[in-house]
Design a protein around this ligand. Structure first.
Ligand SMILES: O=C(O)[C@H](O)[C@@H](O)[C@H](O)[C@H](O)COP(=O)(O)O
Length: 223
């Protein structure tokens, strides 16, 4: 794991947005297309604000979430809503949004259709992840009902998971799908998450699911 500590949040958001843009740019020049997989939650908004204004060949960038809470976009809990409001604006409005939600009572009903939409965009060019203080990443929560299956090397691309800490049912990329990424960044803020990250390194992967990606990730942190 690489660990980068920044003097303040503003510098971290700017540096990370710049790095992601440059990694996407390299894929676009080489392959003509790229994919960007991003977290929801409260931390990444300012990175999205900067990234959305960067001049890139956005129509050839597929953007999708690491995971989604099973709520419609009208809910303030919707990660898709966050993406539309903070990332898919300005120049980045031309990116292709690959959905991780479709109206249905339960995520299981949509797994097949959503996986089919996602498959053409794998492996992920650039993966940005968040992490909770409980050491979950994406919706790989400690104690989730299907955690072991989602961590297994032969896990399907997308899975529906339920966990007490998660609130709603979740849909999430599985560990092997996340691990396929060419570039992996984890964005965390504050002393509690830094301590959790350190603790994660001595725990098992089911206790600290973020370990699934730690050895290939660059962690970006500030107070
Ligand atoms: O839907 C979600 O909640 C996310 O995708 C999740 O994995 C998030 O990245 C972490 O929970 C950290 O969330 P915060 O940035 O809000 O602390």
């Amino acid at each position: 794991m690489d660990f980068v500590s920044y003097p303040d949040a503003e510098m971290m958001y700017l540096a990370l947005a710049k790095q992601i843009a440059s990694e996407l740019g390299a894929f676009l020049r080489r392959d003509g297309h790229a994919s960007l997989c991003v977290p929801g939650g409260t931390t990444p908004g300012p990175v999205f604000d900067t990234l959305s204004g960067v001049d890139l060949d956005w129509p050839n960038v597929a953007v999708f979430l690491n995971d989604e809470r099973w709520v419609p976009e009208s809910s303030s809990r919707s990660n898709t809503r966050l993406l539309r409001e903070r990332l898919l604006r300005g120049p980045a409005a031309k990116a292709q949004l690959v959905p991780l939600y479709a109206p249905a009572d339960q995520p299981e009903e949509m797994l097949e259709a959503l996986s089919a939409g996602l498959k053409p965009h794998l492996p992920i060019s650039v993966l940005l992840l968040g992490m909770g203080a409980d050491m979950h990443t994406a919706s790989l929560f400690p104690g989730a009902d299907l955690l072991e299956q989602a961590l297994a090397p032969d896990a399907p691309l997308l899975m529906a998971l339920r966990a007490e800490a998660a609130g709603e049912p979740r849909i999430t990329l599985s560990a092997p799908a996340l691990k396929s990424a060419f570039h992996t960044h984890i964005l965390i803020k504050g002393p509690e998450k830094r301590a959790a990250l350190e603790r994660a390194q001595s725990l098992s992967i089911t206790e600290a699911p973020v370990r699934a990606v730690l050895d290939v990730a660059t962690v970006h942190w500030t107070e």
